[in-house]
Design a protein around this ligand. Sequence first.
Ligand SMILES: *Cc1c(COP(=O)(O)O)cnc(C)c1O
Ligand code: SF4
Length: 352
Amino acid sequence: MITRSSALLQRPAPETKPLTPETQPLPVQARWQTQLAGAIRDPHELCRRLGLDATWQGGAARGHALFEVRVPEAYLSRIRPGDPSDPLLRQVLPLIEEDRSVAGYVADPLAEAEHTPAKGLIHKYAGRVLLIASPACAVNCRYCFRRHFPYEENAPSRAQWEASLDYLREDATIREAILSGGDPLAANDRRLAWLVERLEAIPHLKRLRLHTRLPVVIPDRIDAALLDWLGATRLQKVMVLHINHAQEIEEAVVAACRRLREAGVTLLNQSVLLRGVNDDVDALAALSERLFEAGILPYYLHVLDPVSGAAHFDVADDEARALVAELREVLPGFLMPRLVREIPGEASKTPL
Ligand SMILES: *Cc1c(COP(=O)(O)O)cnc(C)c1O
Ligand code: SF4
């Protein structure tokens, strides 16, 4: 749990001695970074920690070789040990199926490589531009459509950022900058504050959007340093979280969301419809209900992007439509996510 790991990281000062640099608690900033650095990156350790027997190890190792395992403790603590069908485990445990090549599943399913006018910038839709603010993620989701993304080529330095900023400055039709990744909140607050300062100096920019899973994976990421720059900007703030199952929303996540809302951030969620994770009405309804308890509105329910290694997560279109029709019978309209697909070349996400 978050509370347990934070307690471990905050070395308590001995009662009799005054605080010295050695005995002071670690600064807040180090806490999420330490958690991130300490994430499990070994498929065998992941299996061992969750009490999964040897039958899972081979697949985990093979999948890991294709796209590395990454699971922070704070996320691991929400997975039921010894249950290979746990919906959170399924999102992070590589299976042997990842090694299978399936017709139609490719490395860059969204053809993003064709839409990068500047390094780390993707401009596909009118009025909004997506910036790759960090190549790293706090968790490696096995179904990720960017699992083969050439991040090394798209992690700009400060000087390269200027080219992206120039692109935004010169196009007055752009009203919204979307920080994405990877996970933009894997970048440190100094870098993010620097970037946002430059963005808000562009007069035609109205909104700052962040696409992030970090507040869910490591809720301690929503700390004072982050709230400082995020709360201070003149831009309207939208955060699109990525949560696929109600079990991901533990109390620490609810608390992080509360801090974000107090800083003036509108919270939305996007999910991916995933076989074995959330492909039934009860799971989807519980997710929407739980999101709202945390002050988050459902935004998109994406069908899987056909990225190679993820075909075993696919839910057929007809089944997806039927699920959403059933969902509409049990949820209020404002808790209904929009079922969409991303089709390369289209001017927006496409409703199913
Ligand atoms: C999904 C996406 C957006 C945002 O689309 P919305 O429909 O506004 O949420 C923007 N740019 C790119 C490249 C995207 O893939
Ligand atoms: S957090 Fe998002 S970008 Fe990162 S691995 Fe998961 S799905 Fe992919």
